[in-house]
Design a protein around this ligand. Structure first.
Ligand code: ADP
Length: 239
């Protein structure tokens, strides 16, 4: 396993509560790593520390060999997808996806090409001129994913991206995310509290509880070789 993303000694303290303590982790390139754990275990806090959104984070974070610990959010080359989509309601689907590209020095034609290619990938080319309100939840999330992927981030963070969706759409979209990952070769971290979802989408699972890593491994390893009592109980409860 290479160490495309490396977290060294991450500590996060809110007031007098240390919610992440001496957290060390490496994550492989071109794979989906899932952070799995109960609500309140610290998954989002670690994710926000990686993306630079958490100003209480202390420690070192390296992405593709570069120390990004001190870089502001917009210089980290990391995309973030939220449960709530966070689309711009007053912009068309096309303009939502084009938004980040417009800050770069690209011609109109280049922007058109990049956005269209991405809308084709997420199968929303026909909705380019619609507004977010015209779309279903699953479609909105695909726009949000397209908007992030068009920027070619080194790392894409997805924080409970499917939690607001119906069960059927959840399964469809998780398979589509897997397809996008494979087509584009993006490295992803996918946060969920849903064990079934984690096992279905992950190459690599990191189980987090109480701000600590309990176990990291393939879905098969996590299922069949629990390393401690917490893991045995955690897996057992869901079977
Ligand atoms: P998860 O994503 O696994 O549900 P979180 O990372 O959101 O867990 O939260 C981990 C712990 O940190 C929880 O106890 C939560 O209450 C606390 N926490 C998260 N963000 C803040 C904050 N901004 N201020 C104070 N406490 C926080």
């Amino acid at each position: 396993m290479n160490d495309f993303l490396k977290i060294e000694n991450l500590n996060v303290t809110f007031g007098k509560d240390t919610v992440i303590k001496d957290f060390n982790l490496t994550i492989p390139e071109n794979a989906i790593t899932v952070f799995l754990g109960p609500s309140g275990s610290g998954k989002t806090t670690v994710l926000r520390s990686i993306s630079g959104l958490n100003r209480y984070a202390k420690g070192r974070i390296f992405l593709d060999g570069q120390d990004i610990s001190e870089l502001p959010v917009h210089k980290r080359n990391i995309g973030v997808i939220f449960q709530s989509y966070a689309l711009f309601p007053n912009m068309t689907v096309f303009d939502n996806v084009a938004y980040g590209l417009r800050a770069q020095k690209l011609s109109k034609d280049e922007i058109y090409q990049e956005v269209t290619t991405m809308l084709q990938l997420v199968n929303l080319e026909s909705k380019a001129n619609n507004y977010p309100d015209d779309l279903s939840g699953g479609q909105k999330q695909r726009v949000a994913i397209a908007r992030s992927m068009v920027m070619k981030p080194k790392l894409l963070l997805l924080d409970e991206p499917l939690s607001a969706l119906d069960a059927k759409i959840r399964v469809e979209l998780r398979e589509q995310i897997r397809e996008y990952q494979q087509k584009l070769g993006i490295t992803m971290i996918f946060v969920t509290h849903d064990q079934g979802e984690a096992m279905a989408i992950a190459d690599n699972v990191v189980v987090i509880s109480d701000g600590k890593i309990q176990q990291q491994g393939s879905p098969w390893d996590i299922y069949t070789k629990p390393v401690n009592e917490f893991m045995a109980t955690f897996i057992g409860e869901h079977n």
